[in-house]
Write a protein that binds this ligand. Structure first.
Ligand code: PEP
Length: 255
C-alpha cells in the first residue's frame, strides 16, 4: 500500500482568525475521512498562527509544521525563530530551503544544511525543498542543480535519522503559476532524486518520502500522486482552500 504525506504550505497568508477557521475545516474534513495509516496530513501556517492552530489540532489526526527556522537555538538574530521555539507548539516538521527563501532571502544550500541538522537535533523532521528555475530547466542543468542542493543540503546527515527526512521536489517555474510539471517530468526527476539520495545516504534512502510541489491541485493530483517515487505533495495555493486541500487528500486515500 502506498502511503502519502500531504502537506499544506500556507506561506505568508492568513491572520489568526482565518488560520483558525481554515484549520477547523481541515481538522473536521480529515476526521470524517478514513485516512488510517494511509495519509498523514500536515499544515504549515505562518509562525504568528502556530499557537492558535496548535490548539485547534489538539487530539486531531492533522499535524503541525513550520515554514522555516534558524539553525541556532537562541541569540541576536532579529526576526528569526529557532527549532526549539517551534517545538513549543509540537511542530513535527519544518520546511527548509523553499525556493522563495532561496530566491528572496538568498538562502544557500550551505545554509539549508545547517538548518536541516538543527531541526534534526530538536527532533523536528526537515522537509528539504529542492528545485530548478525555468532557465535551468531550459539550459539542461536541472539534474546538476538538484544534485548540488541534495549533496550540500544533506552534508553530514546522520544515517540513523533517514526516516526523519522528507524531500520536496518543487520546480520553481511550477510554484504558484498554475502550470505543474508534466507527469513525465515528475517521474524522471523523482527517479533521479531517489537515486541521488541512495548514493548520498545508502540503500535505506529508498524509503525517504519525496513530495512533489508546484501547482498541485484537485485536477492533477490523482495523476501526479500515482506516479512512481511520489510520496505526497507540498501544496501552496490549494492548501488555503479547505475543499481543494481535502479533495487532494481524497485522491491520496484512493490510490
Ligand atoms: C509551494 O509554495 O510550496 C507550492 C508548491 O505552491 P503552489 O502549490 O501554490 O504552487
Amino acid at each position: 500500500m502506498k502511503k502519502f504525506l500531504i502537506a499544506g504550505n500556507w506561506k505568508m497568508n492568513t491572520n489568526v482568525y482565518e488560520a483558525v477557521e481554515l484549520a477547523k475545516h481541515i481538522v473536521h474534513g480529515v476526521s470524517t475521512r478514513n485516512i488510517a495509516d494511509k495519509v498523514q496530513v500536515l499544515i504549515c501556517p505562518p509562525n504568528t498562527n502556530l499557537d492558535a492552530v496548535h490548539r485547534e489540532l489538539k487530539d486531531s489526526k492533522t499535524i503541525l509544521g513550520a515554514q522555516n527556522c534558524h539553525y541556532e537555538d537562541k541569540g541576536a538574530f532579529t526576526g528569526e525563530v529557532s527549532p526549539n521555539m517551534l517545538k513549543q507548539f509540537d511542530c513535527e516538521y519544518v520546511i527548509i530551503g523553499h525556493s522563495e527563501r532561496r530566491q528572496y532571502f538568498n538562502e544557500t544550500s550551505e545554509l539549508t544544511n545547517k538548518k536541516v541538522i538543527a531541526a534534526l537535533n530538536h527532533e523536528i523532521k526537515p522537509i528539504l525543498c529542492i528545485g530548478e528555475s525555468l532557465e535551468q530547466r531550459q539550459n539542461g542543468s536541472t539534474f546538476n542543480v538538484l544534485a548540488e542542493q541534495l549533496e550540500v543540503g544533506l552534508k553530514n546527515y546522520p544515517k540513523d535519522k533517514i526516516a526523519n527526512l522528507v524531500i520536496a521536489y518543487e520546480p520553481v517555474w511550477a510554484i504558484g503559476t498554475g502550470v505543474s510539471a508534466t507527469t513525465e517530468q515528475v517521474v524522471e526527476t523523482h527517479l533521479f532524486i531517489r537515486e541521488k539520495l541512495c548514493s548520498i545516504l545508502g540503500d535505506n534512502a529508498k524509503d525517504i518520502f519525496i513530495l512533489y510541489g508546484g501547482s498541485l491541485n484537485p485536477n492533477n493530483a490523482q495523476e501526479i500522486l500515482s506516479s512512481n517515487n511520489v510520496d505526497g505533495g507540498l501544496i501552496g495555493g490549494a492548501s488555503l482552500k479547505h475543499d481543494q486541500f481535502l479533495a487532494i487528500i481524497d485522491y491520496a486515500i484512493s490510490i
